[in-house]
Design a protein around this ligand. Structure first.
Ligand code: SF4
Length: 382
């Protein structure tokens, strides 16, 4: 199988692979890189819509590097995993500064760039420069674990190295075949050797490897690849302040290393484990509740000046958001202020509603502001 794998896979792609995706025919390393980063953790249907938009706004590495990071985050809003957007921006700057605006061809050098892992470096090198560099994303791990009956947990280092070694051994001899081979591998994992419904089990189609595939021969297809069982995601909650003055709302820039890092959101309290939950009580006097709320969400600010201008407080909706490794319940508190109170932190900003579209907002906050009809005209867009 090792000898004929690449040839068979390329033949499969000619007949049954995905054709016509906008990034498939591209050989410009910048465009390949953007598509590869966007396709990580984002569905193809979403990328089909957002990739052309991103490329139109940032058509080359020079323009991306020169843009303010907030513009990049705003363009990325809704795609999730915002570290990708911050890394795209940092990487563009690195390419301009260290490589004179040209992506290096060597996958080892690509791997040194911000946000580019070993598999993404392989994909860029293969697509843009025809380098004989392997990829090993989750789909490829699954294919190889099944084909070769690798039954260790794929999170284990030794198993991972074994899969990398197989990925390298299977590469086509001819470097000009690298783009189609790499695309075929991605497509085969995404459409035929899928996690839950591989074609050999559905019986709808005949897999070209079914006679050699170890998982198929030993009836272990759905058991491979083995994964370490994850513990249940922890649950948290927090209070969020939706403070409005006139047609402006108070936003807070999130720390770079936090969840939604670098995006603008509503000021929030520290997260509390759901078990230890103690919510604010609206039955208390409004002034007391407001004081408690401000101390929770803006602990470093002087509350006295805020409270003087406070007019109205109301408990709003509770929003649930599921991250990869945790769940968060956000309790929204609506407060109106008679003044545009000045805060000491540069990360706090009054933003006119019509300008919200210029800011990268976490998706649930964006939806909340849209849902409350806070924005009109040239405000937020989907
Ligand atoms: S036989 Fe089934 S498990 Fe094996 S490669 Fe083909 S689709 Fe995947």
């Amino acid at each position: 199988m090792i000898k004929h794998f690449a040839t068979k896979l390329i033949a499969w792609h000619g007949k049954d692979g995905r054709q016509g995706l906008p990034w498939q025919s591209i050989r410009d390393p910048y465009a390949v890189w953007v598509s590869e980063i966007m396709l990580q953790q984002t569905q193809v249907a979403t990328v089909l819509e957002r990739y052309p938009r991103f490329m139109k706004r940032f058509p080359n590495v020079k323009r991306l590097a020169a843009a303010p990071v907030d513009d990049v985050l705003a363009e990325w809003a809704g795609l999730g995993y915002y570290t990708r957007a911050r890394n795209l921006h940092a990487c563009a700057k690195q390419v301009m500064l260290e490589f004179g605006g040209k992506f290096p061809e060597d996958p080892m050098l690509l791997e040194q760039l911000k946000g580019i892992g070993r598999s993404t470096a392989g994909a860029i090198a293969a697509f843009a420069f025809h380098e004989r560099a392997p990829i090993l994303d989750a789909n490829v791990k699954r294919i190889l674990a099944r084909l070769f009956g690798v039954d260790g947990a794929i999170q284990e280092k030794a198993v991972n190295e074994e899969l990398w070694s197989l990925a390298k051994t299977l590469l086509p001899k001819n470097s000009s075949d690298m783009p189609v081979y790499t695309q075929a591998l991605m497509d085969f994992g995404a459409t035929w050797c899928t996690s839950r419904k591989p074609v050999c089990l559905s019986g709808e189609r005949k897999c070209p490897f079914e006679k050699e595939c170890q998982a198929n021969l030993s009836d272990q297809v759905l058991l491979l690849p083995r994964k370490v069982i994850k513990a249940k995601s922890p649950e948290f909650n927090c209070d969020m302040l939706l403070l409005r003055h006139g047609d402006s709302v108070l936003l807070q820039r999130r720390p770079d290393k936090a969840i939604w890092g670098g995006l603008w959101s509503l000021p929030e309290s520290a997260w509390r484990s759901k078990e230890k939950l103690s919510k604010l009580s609206v039955s208390n006097s409004a002034a007391f509740t407001a004081k408690e709320l401000f101390q929770l969400v803006l602990p470093d600010e002087k509350t006295a000046s805020v409270l003087k201008s406070f007019q109205f407080i109301e408990q709003g909706v509770e929003i649930k958001h599921i991250f990869t490794h945790r769940r968060l319940w956000m309790q929204i508190w609506h407060v109106t202020s008679s003044d545009a109170v000045k805060f000491s932190s540069d990360n706090l900003k009054w933003v006119p509603l019509r300008q919200l579209g210029k800011y990268g907002l976490p998706q649930p906050i964006k939806l909340l502001l849209q849902g409350l009809s806070l924005t009109r005209g040239d405000g937020l867009r989907n």
